[in-house]
Write a protein that binds this ligand. Structure first.
Ligand code: CTP
Ligand code: CA
Length: 224
């Protein structure tokens, strides 16, 4: 049995994965969030663990849980929490995969008390969150770095720009254009683009199969 474990392709590799949405507080009872379920990131984590990797899974609010003892789950709430958790582990990992739907903006000021409905109109000033993946790209040493991209126009061009801006080795472009792809659904239509701009469109697949394709890319990187 130990012999079998030794032969797993990602044995000895540490992989950091982000998953899920982030929640950005408005006041003690309200937040700005998004519809990410976390499934893609959890599927990648399970697949990586099945292939022998030691996984650190940093996840925003989700109902998913982990069974595999090779996955250390760190639950976070905000983009800043996720940033801090990622940087705690990043220096010690071989691979990082950014599947989280991180909020781009957060309320500039968080109210101490529940906001009362006094005004007829009400606006919240937002400020940019830190780009977690870009910061990992800046600090990259040996790590194989994978990001996701969600685009609705000029998909390939925008995804290529993200590879360069964030210093990625591979980007997984998610298409919302095709039926059956997107938030809350079991399937994804993705295109892989490598850092040398090789474009590899994939069939519409289950998220588990997309996770397998992504982890196979990691295995190929270490085989080459
Ligand atoms: N990402 C991140 N931290 C952020 C925003 C995004 O780590 N604050 C990561 C996502 O996890 C994803 C990649 O960056 O892997 C691209 O996210 P996406 O929303 O497609 O791109 P952005 O860089 O946020 O740009 P925009 O939303 O304007 O297209
Ligand atoms: Ca974004």
């Amino acid at each position: 049995e130990n012999d079998l474990l030794e032969k797993l392709p990602l044995k000895g590799k540490k992989i950091l994965i982000t998953a899920g949405p982030t929640y950005e507080a408005i006041d003690p009872v309200r937040f700005i969030g998004n519809h990410s379920s976390g499934k893609m990131g959890f599927d990648i984590a399970n697949e990586a663990a099945n292939k022998g990797a030691e996984v650190i899974l940093v996840s925003g609010p989700t109902h998913f849980n982990v069974q595999n003892s090779s996955i250390k789950l760190i639950r976070v709430t905000s983009a800043q929490d996720m940033y801090d958790a990622c940087h705690e582990y990043y220096n010690n990992v071989d691979v990082a995969i950014s599947a989280a739907a991180v909020a781009d903006y957060r309320p500039k000021n968080v109210a101490d008390q529940k906001i009362k409905k006094n005004e007829a109109t009400f606006s919240i000033e937002l400020e940019k969150t830190k780009d977690i993946l870009a910061s990992l790209g800046e600090q990259k040493k040996k790590q194989f770095l994978i990001g996701f991209a969600l685009e609705t126009e000029n998909e390939i061009e925008h995804a290529k720009q993200k590879i360069q801006k964030k210093n990625l080795d591979l980007i997984v472009l998610n298409s919302l254009n095709d039926k059956g792809a997107g938030f809350g659904l079991p399937t994804n239509k993705v295109t892989f683009i490598s850092k040398d701009f090789i474009v590899e469109p994939k069939e519409l697949k289950s998220k588990e199969e997309v996770a397998q394709d992504i982890i196979n890319k990691v295995i190929q990187f270490y085989d080459a």
